[in-house]
Ligand binder design. Sequence first.
Ligand code: FE2
Length: 431
Amino acid sequence: MFDLIVRNANLPDGRQGFDIGLAGGRITAIEKRIHAVAGEEIDATGRLVSPPFCDPHFHMDATLSLGMPRMNMSGTLLEGIALWGELRPLLTKEALVDRALRYCDLAVSQGLLFIRSHVDTSDPRLVTAEALIEVRERVAPYITLQLVAFPQDGYYRAAEGAKSLERALDMGIDIVGGIPHFERTMDEGRLSLEALCRIAAERGLPVDIHCDETDDPMSRHIETLAAETIRYGLQGRVAGSHLTSMHSMDNYYVSKLIPLMAEAQINVIPNPLINIMLQGRHDTYPKRRGLTRVRELMAAGLNVSFGQDCTMDPWYSMGSADMLEVGHMAIHVAQMSGIEDKKQVFDALTINSAKTMGLDGYGLEVGCKADLVILQAADVIEALRLKPTRLCVVKGGKVISRSAPRIGELFLAGRPNRIDSGLDYVPKTSS
Ligand code: FE2
């Protein structure tokens, strides 16, 4: 007996037309044909069924605050930080919770059920931490929300940066964050990484650092982060987010750096949407793209997972909680146009992110948790191209979101007049 059977599903690994049986909060069968009854059955009709999407890098305290108190006119990271500094004293717990819960509703409808959010700890009031801890509890039945103590104004640069970060960890924030490229000097950035890795080692916590989010080829904090990771035995528990300076670094230096990062088992989190928007703003032409070296890092065996970073906030005025939008941009900016490239990008939105976040029981295999998404696409390649409707989102074996399929009608004489999503006339395996 199953609680739910999803029939005729295509799986991300290419298996087609399989039935998936869910019982007791787990996936208990994946077979060509399950001969059993279930509390509920859904016919996926040859659509892609995926594990839920994961976003390993987000800012839920800032989301949906676009225009408060004004817009970012230069479009730069630095004006975004200044603008957030203007908004910060005006933040209330109630408003933070309200915006975060609204974002989480949108995330569920997009099949995004695992989110790691940085939480600004610069304001000693720590109203952001208080609010996001409450949100973490309230959304726990449907979203796994991890929180990173993030000293937005600098661990050393802000007056009480170091103290506030530790207080936030004491409150129950899960992960140690940092921003070495925003400290006053390169040396203070290096020292901040030493301190943050030590704190993580002492508390037994993971580390996730906004690292080298600049176009400066000499911003080399990732080297220190990798070295400190090894020194404190934190291999596999440390993430380097953004790493955009790697785009501009000298190639010889990078040939030494990437093996060091691999030795430290750094989890790499590029954020293609925000960084194609923010980086290169000081360039005339040619303008640098500012995405880290995705293809090279993947080829070296590093775990690469893509983050969304922002949605409608001082840094990024776009966004829709859609991780396929993130993957779509990654394909373009990292020039990952091949079929195998695209499969790697899909993995970077799902299983790689789950590894970065240390998720237990994640995946679409027997024994994994009964969480999945049915998409209006035949396979992962089509999903990345179309960013299709998430027809059904299942959490713990129960449907928590349904969306109507996109169906259009044409009125052209002598030709088929019904089109499913209006786009599926191209071969499924096109690249
Ligand atoms: Fe960020």
